[in-house]
Design a protein around this ligand. Structure first.
Ligand SMILES: [Zn+2]
Length: 78
């Protein structure tokens, strides 16, 4: 059902990757997940409204990275 839990170090690396290329990602308006820009629907909540603003993507990536110690990426976002 939910994505396998990733070690915090992987999540930080992922966040760094996103913040260095934010134009390749977008934020799901429904659940806040960061997904690749070419995705048509959110793999987490199947939503289809996204914010591809690079500043929003970077801010969201940092927010998710900060939370990584206590939570998983997709399943804790309501
Ligand atoms: Zn979503």
């Amino acid at each position: 059902m939910s994505a396998p839990e990733q070690p915090p170090s992987n999540r930080l690396k992922q966040a760094e990757k996103i913040t260095s290329h934010p134009e390749q990602y977008k934020v799901c308006e429904a659940c806040g997940s960061i997904i690749v820009a070419r995705a048509v629907t959110c793999p987490s909540c199947h939503g289809y409204l996204f914010d591809s603003d690079v500043h929003r993507v970077v801010a969201q990536a940092k927010d998710l990275a900060m939370r990584s110690a206590h939570s998983v990426l997709a399943s804790d976002l309501i």
